[in-house]
Design a protein around this ligand. Structure first.
Ligand code: FAD
Length: 303
């Protein structure tokens, strides 16, 4: 759901206006340095030696490392935070200079040595640095820890036309050999793929760009089949640091009462949002987590 202004500032304004209307005093630019708990009260240490004493405290510091340190200082165990929802760095002539080209539905498999393959369906987008789009982002979320372990090395195997079985695709290519016999393979694709990308795949199987469909050998047709349904791309890293959308890991969920979001280790301390060991795939689930847990914590703290 988007605001009619199509501008995310509108949401920020809505939340800050509502907070002000409810009498909330908002302090900005005063990072919390430390929190001490004693005799069921908290002392919040702000920048420039300012302090606030309170009965309840909600830590909603996202994936900020200082927030994790505050949680740990109050007795919480942290599931090691690692990036999630990131793009894959892939340098490969098949996708070079094709940034912006997208394929609406692919089946993408993530192969990482020593781990079970992961599989996702969805749109795939070629970027300046490699590949992105929902299929890749979902794989990055499910594979966040194993990719972290291998320093973001692995293989992405893509089926560019998952709606067809191997036999159906073979039939389609053999059909093109008959029907479009005199046309250059590079200029006519019998399957719906962006033209420039199709040309790259044809060139990847090592046939001349002017080769006609009629002259496509059985061996080359097999290579084309392989390229279309099991194209392999080496992943050499993830998108640049802090480009990722979310962090997996954080405050251990066992230590939080989800009915109130109160800490089980430190009464009066509450958590909401990404500081928790919760991370969702794309589609607004991370915002949902932040807002729902914030709302539950707010209700419980106000009682
Ligand atoms: C580029 C990008 C795109 C995204 N797109 C989506 C999307 O489409 N859908 C989706 O669901 N999620 C998306 N996310 C993830 C989503 O933004 C976060 O999961 C969500 O904002 C987390 O909310 P939060 O309130 O827990 O933390 P944050 O929004 O990170 O807020 C934490 C706040 O705490 C403050 N803070 C931190 N430490 C301190 C401190 N010591 N003292 C004082 N203040 C402190 C920070 O300044 C910040 O204002 C995206 C993230 C990024 C980076």
């Amino acid at each position: 759901m988007f605001p009619v202004t199509d501008d995310s500032e509108t949401i920020v304004d809505c939340l800050t206006r509502s907070a002000r209307a409810a009498g909330v005093e908002v302090l900005t630019g005063v990072a919390v340095q430390a929190v001490e708990a004693s005799e069921s009260r908290f002392t919040i240490q702000l920048k420039e030696n300012k302090r606030i004493v309170c009965d309840h405290i909600l830590l909603a510091t996202g994936s900020n490392p200082l927030g994790y340190r505050l949680a740990a200082s109050l007795g919480h165990e942290l599931v090691p935070p690692v990036p999630s929802l990131f793009t894959f760095n892939i340098t490969d002539p098949r996708i070079q200079n094709l940034a912006g080209v997208s394929v609406p539905s692919v089946q993408a498999k993530l192969l990482v040595e020593g781990h079970k393959p992961l599989e996702q369906m969805g749109p795939l987008l070629i970027t300046h640095w490699g590949m992105s789009g929902p299929a890749v982002l979902k794989l990055s979320a499910w594979g966040a820890r194993m990719l972290y372990e291998t320093q973001y090395r692995g293989t992405l195997q893509v089926n560019w036309i998952p709606s067809l079985t191997v036999d159906e695709l073979r039939e389609r290519l053999l059909g093109a050999k008959v029907e479009y016999a005199k046309r250059a393979i590079a200029n006519y694709s019998p399957i719906p793929l962006p033209q420039r990308f199709w040309q790259r795949l044809v060139s990847a199987i090592g046939v001349d760009s002017g080769l006609r469909w009629a002259d496509l050998s059985k061996k080359a047709l097999d290579r084309l089949l392989q390229e279309l349904q099991q194209g392999r791309f080496e992943i050499r890293g993830k998108g640049v640091f802090k480009d990722e959308f979310v962090t997996c890991g954080g405050v251990n969920l066992k230590e939080v009462n989800f009915k109130t979001m109160e800490s089980r280790c430190c009464p009066g301390l509450y958590f909401a949002g990404e500081i928790l060991d919760v991370d969702g795939v794309t589609g607004g689930f991370n915002f949902q987590n932040a807002w729902t847990t914030g709302w539950i914590a707010g209700q419980a703290m106000g009682e």
